[in-house]
Design a binder for this molecule. Structure first.
Ligand SMILES: NC(=O)C1=CN([C@@H]2O[C@H](COP(=O)(O)OP(=O)(O)OC[C@H]3O[C@@H](n4cnc5c(N)ncnc54)[C@H](O)[C@@H]3O)[C@@H](O)[C@H]2O)C=CC1
Ligand SMILES: O=C(O)C(=O)COP(=O)(O)O
Length: 397
């Protein structure tokens, strides 16, 4: 059994998968589509982070791929529908690096308010530039959070503890934390915030949603932070609004096209601008977060591959079966049509197998059932199931 782990996934993941009998190929960088297709030959588990794209073409060629682990929060880099259609579950770590992102953004809010990027540069240039001009406390200033999910809400709580007034805008119905106030429109947030921070997800509909109109609506001399996804923002427009002085500072951690490997050249319209903090997509890059992610996602991959558990999968029905009794479990991922369970249980009955435990879950067009039986279903009966029109795959453990 082979597992391919890309993008500097934490060694905790290697330890867990090797401990479950996998031969692990651990690599530092991300791969292009063609490189990934080649690397996935005879691989059953693959781990990626935010910079490797698993496209339908990759999935089409990776016949032996059983599951995908996104060792991060975002899963927009995977064609989730194509993976689901092929019965390939995708797992992520929805909370493991949340705090790390929040602490980076809090640091950036204060750094920008005190114009630290240019202060420290002047010192390194040998210039003593002691001035309060353009520097402010963050206490009492308004933070506008766009995207009030796991990261946005934690940021809200920490910012409030710093004495900031917090407002937020979210397309979904989200409860306010602490004294934060939900605003009905993005424009209201933009016109009232001293700092705007984006924490939306990378769904296709968010591509380019923050551009000239939004920057123009922001308060004069306000700050902008993006640690969500680069594809969300028009950075040429941000450059224009920084050069004009309308936006007084920015901190950017994510970019539309990010280098594939450590040390690769980085190009951006935002390089060389005053009071702009640029970081190489490190919001989740702390030792604590990476170790937690490595353990969390590797465990999900192993429990799926070795026991049939799809708990916390982002794209197939979630089933958390009982502890495995080897040799007595069947998993059936199928098209969500009537009669599947009846046919499966009829097959067990015909074989004289008593069903000890059974879990069925459905999600959109898919259904997934895991059944533990007194006696293993015969190979012929399993093959018959695999031939059914509704069957995507049937596996036994
Ligand atoms: N820079 C980095 O290293 C990291 C970046 N991220 C990015 O941050 C994103 C957010 O993470 P979480 O808070 O955990 O996700 P989440 O799914 O908990 O929250 C995202 C929120 O944004 C809202 N939203 C989506 N599109 C929106 C729009 N157009 N306008 C307003 N609200 C919108 C959603 O309703 C949701 O409440 C991730 O999807 C990922 O892309 C996450 C971790 C690390
Ligand atoms: O968790 C996320 O979605 C991130 O963007 C973190 O990405 P990374 O694991 O640093 O490639």
């Amino acid at each position: 059994m082979k597992a391919l782990l890309l993008e500097n996934i934490h060694p905790a993941a290697v330890e867990i998968l090797e401990g479950r009998g996998y031969q692990v190929d651990l690599r530092a960088g991300s791969l292009s589509e063609d490189e990934l297709i080649e690397a996935l030959d005879s691989v059953s588990l693959v781990g990626i982070r935010s910079n490797t794209n698993v496209t339908e073409r990759v999935l089409e060629s990776a016949a032996g791929l059983e599951a995908i682990g996104c060792f991060c929060i975002g899963t927009n880099q995977v064609d989730l529908a194509a993976a689901a259609a092929r019965g390939v579950p995708v797992f992520n770590a929805p909370y493991s690096n949340t705090r790390s992102v929040v602490e980076l953004v809090i640091a950036e809010i204060i750094a920008l308010a005190r114009r630290l990027p240019e202060k420290t540069q002047r010192m390194h240039d040998g210039v003593w530039d002691k001035s309060a001009k353009g520097s402010h406390e963050v206490r009492g200033r308004t933070l506008g959070i766009v995207g009030y999910g796991n990261i946005g809400t934690q940021l809200s709580t920490v910012a409030e503890a710093l004495g900031m007034d917090v407002v937020f805008y979210d397309t979904a119905d989200r409860p306010a934390h602490g004294t934060a106030r939900r605003l009905r429109t993005l424009k209201e947030l933009l016109t009232t915030s001293d700092v705007v921070s984006l924490h939306v997800d990378g769904r296709p509909g968010n591509a380019g949603f923050f551009g000239a109109e939004e920057f123009g609506a922001m308060k004069s001399r306000s700050m902008f932070i993006n640690a969500s996804r680069g594809m969300v923002v028009d950075y040429d427009s941000l450059r224009d609004h920084l050069l004009s002085g309308h936006i007084a500072g920015a901190a950017i951690d994510v970019f539309p096209a990010e280098p594939k490997a450590q040390g690769d050249p980085f190009e951006s319209a935002l390089r060389g601008l005053d009071n702009v903090i640029l970081t190489p997509h490190i919001g989740g890059s702390t030792q604590e977060a990476q170790e937690e992610i490595g353990w969390f996602v590797a465990e999900k991959l192993a429990r799926f591959a070795l026991e049939g558990s799809t708990a916390l999968s982002v794209n197939v029905p979630a089933v958390l079966p009982q502890p495995l009794t080897p040799g007595h479990r069947l998993g059936l991922l199928h098209h969500n049509v009537p009669g599947v369970l009846a046919e499966l249980n009829a097959a067990f009955a015909a074989a004289g197998d008593n069903v000890i435990d059974q879990h069925l879950s459905t999600k959109d067009q898919l259904g997934y059932v895991v059944a533990d039986t007194s006696d293993p279903l015969s190979a012929a009966a399993v093959e018959q199931l695999r031939g059914a029109e509704y069957c995507i795959w049937a596996r036994t453990w």
